[in-house]
Design a protein around this ligand. Structure first.
Ligand code: NAD
Length: 264
């Protein structure tokens, strides 16, 4: 097996019906993994994407609709992947949601949901998947955190608290698994043009009375020195690298892929 070859590995990618998760799932399948997809969306669109990925890669691609706010459903997702593939070697905790509001006005339900999806879901998934990885002496846990796991911005109290928590969780799991063949790392993307960011661009355009293109440019100019969005496929490639044998000594890391955002 070449160092970047993931042939025969079995992966679960949460929140992979859209954006970054879909790109990570595709990259893992292209590298040779069976993949359990997960997330919300129109069921015929999801089935079409699942079938297309299975055909283009020749891999076993499945889908499970677990709601990441529900610990029992997360257990069901890991169980389903273990039953389908015979084990889970790679867990990518990627599902995430956002809400933008000053803290005094922040809806309590949004706080609870964001903490559940962006932080607690990773805890529940890791808890269930880690024992099998340890038993087999090989595993990769990749958490999609954010530059907002490393630095803050205004009006994102829940998201930033959750993502900082996810970086902390990543370090604990890395230490607990150290020496077992299982690594745990966080990927910290800067602004990436997915539906999650499009919603924020639309809100900003609306607030400032700008067209969408100007709003996107201003948002990037404010934070991301490269002034270009991160590409989802580049995040997929980073995830594949972290899952490879070449990354066996990278663990507990929070790796920015952010066009220089956190260098400032
Ligand atoms: P997206 O909205 O395109 O995708 C989010 C995915 O999560 C979708 O598949 C959605 O169905 C799924 N999801 C949401 N709630 C869920 C739930 N309760 N149960 C199961 N699935 C659920 O967003 P994205 O930008 O691709 O975000 C993916 C991850 O990347 C998130 O964790 C996000 O915080 C993180 N991230 C995004 C950016 C960015 O700029 N887009 C930057 C840094 C980090």
């Amino acid at each position: 097996m070449g160092k970047l070859d993931l042939n025969g590995r079995r992966a679960v990618v949460t929140g992979s019906t859209s954006g970054i998760g879909a790109a990570v799932a595709a990259a893992l399948a292209q590298a040779g993994c069976s993949v359990m997809l997960n997330g919300f969306g129109d069921s015929s669109d999801i089935e079409q994407a699942r079938a297309a990925l299975a055909i283009s890669t020749g891999r076993d691609i499945r889908f499970h609709d677990a709601d990441m706010r529900d610990p029992a459903a997360i257990g069901g997702l890991i169980d389903a992947a273990e039953a389908a593939f015979g084990g889970v070697d790679i867990l990518v905790n990627n599902a995430g949601i956002q809400h933008v509001s000053p803290i005094e006005l922040f809806p309590i339900q949004q706080w609870n949901d964001i903490l559940a999806v962006n932080l607690s879901a990773a805890f529940h998934g890791i808890r269930r998947a880690l024992p099998g990885m340890r038993d087999r002496g090989w595993g990769r846990i990749v958490n999609t955190a954010s530059i907002h796991g490393l630095v803050a911005s205004v009006d994102k109290a829940a998201y930033i608290a959750a993502k900082h928590g996810l970086v902390g969780l990543t370090k604990v799991v890395a230490l607990e698994a150290a020496g077992s063949g299982v690594t745990c790392n966080a990927i910290c993307p800067g602004s990436t043009h997915t539906p999650l960011v499009q919603t924020q661009i639309e809100l900003y355009a609306d607030q400032q009375g700008l067209d969408l293109e100007t709003a996107a440019r201003e948002r990037l100019a404010a934070k991301q020195p490269s002034q270009a969005f991160v590409k989802t496929e580049d995040i997929g490639a980073l995830a594949v690298f972290l899952c490879s044998d070449a990354a066996q000594q990278i663990t507990g890391a929070a790796l920015p892929i952010d066009g220089g955002w956190t260098a400032q």
